[in-house]
Write a protein that binds this ligand. Structure first.
Ligand SMILES: Cc1cc2nc3c(=O)[nH]c(=O)nc-3n(C[C@H](O)[C@H](O)[C@H](O)COP(=O)(O)OP(=O)(O)OC[C@H]3O[C@@H](n4cnc5c(N)ncnc54)[C@H](O)[C@@H]3O)c2cc1C
Length: 461
C-alpha cells in the first residue's frame, strides 16, 4: 500500500506527538504539520532569560503517569529530567499565607482536623461531619466536583482548598469540572465502595507512591519540542493557519492562509490538534458532522496570562513552592510559582524566578491588558506576598487565549460520541489535544499517540 499523505493541524505538543507517532507507524508517510504561529510548541513555550531558560506556558508534568515520561525517554531526553524539591505551596487566605494542609488530595481533606490553619472552626467542624453523610454514588458514575465537595464538606473547603488547587491547573472553578476526569483515583475509590470522600481520600493519600510526583526538563520544554520536530521528520510549516478541512476525491483538502496568501493541501489522513473553539469550525467545513462540532463548541475554555519574572535575590521570597489563592481573596492573580524555590536545578540562577498567573473562566479581560500593566500587577502581587517591592531583573508576558478546556462531568462520554461521529462521517480524521482526553502534558501525549495509532491501523487495514 502506498504511503499516505498526513496533515496535522496545530503544531503544539499534541500535533507534534501525533506527527512523530505517525511517521514511526507509517514509514514513508509524508507528514506535514501546519502551525498558525511563528514557531511550534503551542502551550510549551520556553523563553530565554539572560540567566537561562524560563517557561511561559506549561512548567512541569506528572511524572508518575507514564505517557510523558516514556516519550521523554524514547526521544533520548531522560538525562534532562529534573524533579521538584520538598517545599509545598502556601494558600493566600484572609490576607495571609498558610501552608497547604498535609494529607489533602487536590485540596480534598483526608482528615478535617488538619484544616484549622485554613478554615474557621465552624467550617472545620462542618468538614469533619462529611463521613456521617449518606453517599449517593453509582459505580461508573460522575459528578460536578465542586458541588459534590461543597455539599459534603461545606463551601469553605471548595473556596479555600479545592478551587485554589485546581485553579492553577484548569483555570476553571471546580463546580464545572467532572470528578472522574479531574480526580480519577477518587472516582475509582468510590466505585470500589469507599463509604465517603474522607475515607477515599485517606486511603489514596496513605498509599501514595513515595517520591516526586512532578518532573520537568532542565533545558525547558523547548528541548522536547525540538526533539519531537526532529524525530517526526515532518515538514513543519509555521505561520500557516488552516481555515477549513474539506472532503476531496479520495481524501481531504486543507485550506488555509499564510503571509503569501491562501493555500490548499491534500491529505489522506488528518489530525486536528488545535484548541477546542478552533477545532469546531474546521470540522464544520468538512460537512456532515455539525452535531459533533456543536458538541465541541459547547466545551467552555479559559484564557490566562503568565508573567515570568526574574527578581533580585534581596527579596525575601517565602520558603514555599508558590502561592495558591482562595477564591474569596480580593487579589487579581490566581497563582504564583516560586520556580527557583520549587525546582532545585533553578536555585543557582542569578535572581529568584517567579511566575504569576492571571485569568479565570469567563474573564477574558486579562487578554486585553497591556504588557506593562500586567508586569506591574505581577510585581505588586509579589510585593504583597513578600512584604517588600522586588527589583525586577527581567520579565516576559505571555497570554494564552482559550488554551484550557473546562472538563465537565460526563466529558469522556461526550468525547466518545464526537469520536464515533468522526469515525463514521470523516474517516481518516482524528481530533486530539487538551479538549479530548483532558488538560495536561501526559493527557495530550497519550491522546495524540492513541489517535495516531488508530489512524495507522486503519490505513494498513
Ligand atoms: C499557562 C499554562 C500552563 C500550563 N501548565 C501545565 C503544566 O505545568 N503541566 C501540564 O501538564 N500541563 C500544563 N498546561 C497544559 C498543557 O500545556 C496543554 O494541555 C498542552 O500543552 C496542550 O497541547 P496541545 O498541542 O493540545 O494544544 P496547544 O498547545 O494549544 O497547541 C495548539 C496549536 O495549534 C495552533 N493552531 C491553532 N489554530 C490553528 C489553525 N487554525 N491552524 C494551524 N495551527 C493552529 C496553535 O498556534 C498552537 O500552537 C498548561 C497550559 C497553560 C496555558
Amino acid at each position: 500500500m502506498a504511503a499516505p499523505r498526513v496533515a496535522v493541524v496545530g503544531g503544539g505538543l499534541s500535533g507534534l506527538t501525533a506527527a512523530y507517532q505517525l511517521s514511526r507507524d507509517l514509514p514513508g508517510a509524508r507528514v506535514t504539520v501546519f502551525e498558525a504561529s511563528p514557531s511550534p510548541g503551542g502551550c510549551l513555550d520556553t523563553a530565554d532569560f539572560p540567566s537561562g531558560p524560563m517557561e511561559l506556558g506549561a512548567e512541569a508534568f506528572i511524572g508518575r503517569r507514564p505517557e510523558a515520561s516514556e516519550l521523554v525517554a524514547e526521544l533520548g531526553l531522560a538525562h534532562e529530567l529534573r524533579h521538584p524539591g520538598t517545599l509545598g505551596p502556601a494558600i493566600l487566605t484572609g490576607g495571609r499565607l498558610v501552608p497547604m494542609p498535609a494529607g489533602t488530595l487536590m485540596g480534598l481533606p483526608s482528615d478535617a482536623s488538619t484544616l484549622s490553619g485554613v478554615l474557621r472552626p465552624a467550617d472545620v467542624e462542618r468538614a469533619a461531619r462529611e463521613p456521617e453523610l449518606p453517599l449517593d454514588w453509582a459505580p461508573g458514575g460522575d459528578a460536578p466536583l465542586g458541588r459534590l465537595i461543597a455539599d459534603r464538606f461545606g463551601a469553605a473547603v471548595v473556596a479555600r482548598l479545592v478551587d485554589p488547587m485546581l485553579g492553577g491547573v484548569y483555570a476553571a472553578p471546580s463546580v464545572g469540572l467532572g470528578l472522574r476526569q479531574v480526580v480519577p483515583g477518587l472516582a475509582e475509590a468510590l466505585d470500589r465502595g469507599a463509604p465517603n470522600l474522607t475515607a477515599a481520600a485517606r486511603d489514596l493519600t496513605a498509599h501514595r507512591t513515595p517520591g516526586p510526583v512532578f518532573a520537568t526538563l532542565s533545558g525547558g520544554y523547548r528541548v522536547l519540542v525540538d526533539a519531537l520536530v526532529r524525530a517526526s521528520r515532518a515538514r513543519v510549516v509555521t505561520g500557516a493557519r488552516c481555515t477549513a478541512i474539506r472532503r476531496d476525491s479520495g481524501g481531504y483538502a486543507l485550506v488555509g492562509s499564510d503571509d503569501r496568501g491562501s493555500w490548499t493541501h491534500e491529505a489522506d489522513l488528518v489530525v486536528v490538534a488545535v484548541p477546542v473553539p478552533l477545532a469546531a469550525p474546521l470540522l464544520t467545513a468538512a460537512g456532515g458532522v455539525d452535531d459533533a462540532a456543536r458538541a465541541l463548541s459547547g466545551i467552555r475554555t479559559a484564557s490566562s496570562a503568565v508573567v515570568a519574572l526574574e527578581v533580585d535575590r534581596s527579596l525575601d521570597l517565602p520558603e514555599r513552592s508558590g502561592v495558591l489563592v482562595a477564591t474569596d481573596e480580593p487579589v487579581p492573580f490566581k497563582a504564583m510559582t516560586f520556580s527557583s524555590r520549587k525546582w532545585p536545578h533553578l536555585e543557582d540562577r542569578r535572581g529568584h524566578l517567579v511566575r504569576v498567573s492571571f485569568g479565570r473562566l469567563d474573564d477574558d479581560e486579562i487578554l486585553a491588558t497591556d504588557d506593562l500593566t500586567l508586569v506591574r500587577m505581577a510585581v505588586s502581587a509579589l510585593a504583597g506576598v513578600c512584604g517588600t517591592t522586588p527589583t525586577v531583573l527581567h520579565s516576559r508576558v505571555r497570554r494564552w487565549d482559550n488554551a484550557l478546556a473546562e472538563i465537565g462531568p460526563g466529558h469522556d462520554a461526550l468525547i466518545a460520541g464526537i469520536r464515533g461521529r468522526l469515525a463514521e462521517d470523516l474517516p481518516g480524521v482524528e481530533l486530539v489535544g487538551g479538549a479530548t482526553e483532558g488538560v495536561g502534558v501526559p493527557s495530550c501525549v497519550g491522546s495524540a499517540r492513541a489517535a495516531a495509532r488508530r489512524l495507522a491501523a486503519k490505513w494498513q487495514d
